[in-house]
Design a protein around this ligand. Structure first.
Ligand code: KG4
Ligand code: ZN
Length: 338
């Protein structure tokens, strides 16, 4: 029998953030994320280092989440964890921990698809308006760029995806070429504020249907910088704001071209965005501008937009309400589909 109130402990460890959240039904009591600074010096995530860092972070992160929530392990109703997609070594740490905890406490274990988490983050109860089904979920991060048709809490269909790099990688790799640290996305966002977005026109890559491609864009930025630096070694320093604004402007254009197409083709004009890149101020203001055209747009609070465990908790909660639990034989799955 489903108890009246559920306390779900959720773990997310798919990439380079070790995260644990406690939810009381659809409300978040605590949401702890430990990032991994070790990767900064390499300019990107190193999988072996990520799994090792997860191992040392997971116990203190879970402890802290319980303390912040003001409950003990005995109060827990179920354990949710990210099964995939993600890095195998990273996922394994979270999955093994979740399984052991569920087994020790003799409570249900619930596996969650990371991308379902990004979509269902919109339903974390903070008293806000939530998207009505069906809606288009747009997940944009360092690992994903997808347009997803969401019919209910569990029924999601990918209708557009990137064929190569994710949009976050396009931000980060372009930034790296400009000498910015990792991740460069937030810095490009900041630097763009004082730049001219139309100063340097970059090409819009072609991709079929509702799909995306960013690798050609990355190459275009590289050739552009190489060409200009040859003429003027101080080119980047002297034009940093304008280059950043132009990069951001182009990426926003690429992103929204396909979102507009998806809205037109599906007739669905409720658009809910998630993933780390949706923190971008240019993307946020462009998205909300569509409300004047009759769309209903949603972006969750920042803490639930980058990788976090609260989104895994809310997804686990909806599965739990439906009576779903995973068997103990379940394993991490780095390339699991929606
Ligand atoms: O969702 P997330 O935290 O992790 C995954 O990749 O799954 O997303 C991280 C990505 C990075 O590529 C980072 O550069 C980008 O989100 N990002 C931003 C901004 N904040 C984070 N990109 C552009 N503008 C931002 N303000
Ligand atoms: Zn993610």
């Amino acid at each position: 029998m489903v108890p009246q109130i559920s306390y779900i402990l959720a773990i997310e460890s798919s990439c380079d953030d070790t995260a644990c959240a406690i939810l009381k039904d659809a409300q978040v009591l605590s949401n702890v994320v430990a990032g991994q600074e070790i990767h900064i010096q390499y300019g990107g995530v190193v999988p072996e280092l990520a799994s090792r860092a997860h191992q040392s972070h997971i116990v203190p992160v879970v402890d802290q989440a319980l303390k912040k929530a003001g409950i003990t392990k005995k109060d827990l109703t179920a354990i949710a964890f990210t099964r995939g997609p993600g890095l195998m070594g990273s996922l394994l740490v979270g999955a093994s921990f979740a399984k052991s905890l569920a087994l020790a406490l003799d409570i249900p274990l619930i596996d969650v698809h990371h991308m379902h988490g990004h979509i269902l983050a919109h339903f974390i109860n903070e008293g806000q308006e939530v998207p009505q089904f069906p809606f288009l979920g747009v997940t944009i991060s360092g690992g994903h760029t997808q347009i997803i048709k969401v019919t209910d809490y569990h029924k999601m269909e990918v209708i557009g995806t990137t064929q190569d790099d994710a949009i976050g990688e396009a931000f980060d790799k372009s930034g790296k070429m400009l000498g910015l640290g990792y991740p460069a996305g937030p810095q490009i966002d900041q630097l763009s504020k004082k730049g001219d977005p139309k100063k340097f026109p970059f090409p819009i890559p072609k991709a079929p249907n509702l799909n995306y491609s960013f690798s050609g864009f990355k190459t275009a930025v590289l050739y552009f910088i190489q060409r200009e630096v040859k003429k003027n070694p101080d080119f980047v320093k002297e034009n940093l704001h304008d280059i950043c604004a132009s990069i951001q402007h182009t990426l926003i254009k690429i992103l929204f071209q396909k979102i507009e197409k998806a809205v037109k083709e599906t007739g669905i004009n409720t658009v809910a965005m998630g993933g780390g890149v949706s923190a971008n101020s240019g993307i946020r203001s462009r998205l909300t501008s569509y409300n004047q055209k009759g769309w209903n747009t949603f972006v969750p609070p920042f803490a639930y937009t980058t990788d976090n465990a609260a989104m895994i908790g809310i997804s686990g909660y909806f599965k739990y309400l439906d009576g779903y639990t995973a068997g103990m034989e379940i394993t991490a799955s780095p390339r699991i589909s929606m």
